[in-house]
Design a protein around this ligand. Structure first.
Ligand code: 1HN
Length: 324
């Protein structure tokens, strides 16, 4: 390429700039797998005291939802745990109510600790117990409350980054704090079956898996499916429960979904790149798209996780790879 050609090209680039045009051959962003978000770990031991402190500082009513958002260190200011997902830790104290509202993002809860709270989705009031996975499909009215005598904490997961991406985030408050209850469920029944995946049922299913079903990277792993449709509980988010047996040494793995893990029981090690994270009970860890990771576990551990796999598979983007 001679110099006059180079300066002609430079001149061309500058001429089209005011027209909001960029020659594609000048584009600097790399189109490769992976995203801007980075692996990050939230130790529950460190988070828990701040949840307690937030109780002293703000009432549930003033906060609307008393949530500590787990924000990806590479996405500060976004309120997102990854490009595609939101995750937070919510605490509700005895007697408190989180007023009813609805919004276009889908939401999930994974109950971390405490008994006595309920969530009401579309008039179906369900008891929340540790390890329960609860689904709040988009635009359904939902409120939460604590009728017990202890603090209750759960992890919220939402697909708010999708509604942001599409410019389709709508929300509305219900005129009263509590949406009229049409069904009170103590167990899974015809009303709660699409919303509530109780811990005991999922845990029993995991324990009943035959040893031949073990995955070299993930141990025993189940994907939650809506009993009515047989599909993921959301069009965007897929959710999983997995067991790493005692002494498990996993294979290195990567996939294009961003995954948020929450340790339900036990503890394990997670090697990500050159770093090793010790995940204790109730810790949260986010693994971004196409980041290689490897599990090992010296005791039996149970991990809940959710990811954007549902959306990626619907769109035809999702890929995975087992590495040596
Ligand atoms: C929300 O509605 C809840 O209902 C929790 O408990 C967290 C984060 C962003 C947007 C809506 C809830 C939320 C949220």
């Amino acid at each position: 390429m001679n110099t006059s050609n180079t300066s002609d090209l430079q001149q061309f680039k500058e001429s089209v700039h005011p027209l909001n045009l960029l020659p594609l051959w000048e584009r600097h962003v790399k189109l490769v797998p992976g995203s801007q978000s980075i692996p990050a770990h939230w130790s529950y031991d460190k988070v828990r005291p701040f949840l307690e402190e937030s109780v002293r500082l703000i009432t549930k009513k003033d906060a609307d939802r008393r949530v500590l958002v787990m924000e990806n260190p590479a996405l500060r200011g976004s309120s997102f745990i990854s490009q595609s997902l939101f995750a937070g830790q919510q605490i509700i104290m005895p007697g408190e109510v989180a007023p009813s509202h609805r919004h276009s993002p889908n939401a999930l809860r994974f109950v971390v600790e405490g008994e006595g709270a309920y969530t009401s989705v579309d008039g179906v009031k369900m008891k929340m117990r540790p390890g329960d996975f609860i689904v709040t499909p988009n635009f359904m009215w939902h409120d939460h409350g604590n009728e017990g005598n202890q603090a209750v904490v759960w992890m919220d997961g939402l697909d708010t980054p999708f509604t942001s991406l599409f410019g389709a985030h709508f929300r509305e408050n219900y005129p009263q704090d509590i949406y009229p209850v049409t069904h009170t469920c103590h167990q899974v029944d015809e009303h709660s079956a699409n919303f509530l995946y109780p811990w005991q049922t999922s845990f029993d299913q995991l324990l009943a898996m035959p040893p031949t079903k073990i995955d070299p990277a993930h141990g025993m792993k189940l994907r939650y499916t809506n009993p009515q449709t047989g599909k993921d509980p959301f069009t965007t988010i897929a959710a999983f429960l997995q067991m790493l047996p005692k002494g498990f040494q996993g294979q290195t793995y990567r996939s294009t979904d961003h995954t948020v893990f929450n340790v339900a029981q036990g503890s394990c090690l997670l090697e990500v790149g050159h770093q090793t994270y010790h995940l204790a009970t109730h810790d949260v860890m986010v693994i971004p798209a196409w980041e290689s990771y490897r599990f090992s576990s010296s005791e039996m551990s149970i991990l809940f996780s959710f990811s954007d796999r549902s959306a990626q598979q619907a769109l035809g983007f999702w890929r995975e790879e087992y590495l040596a």
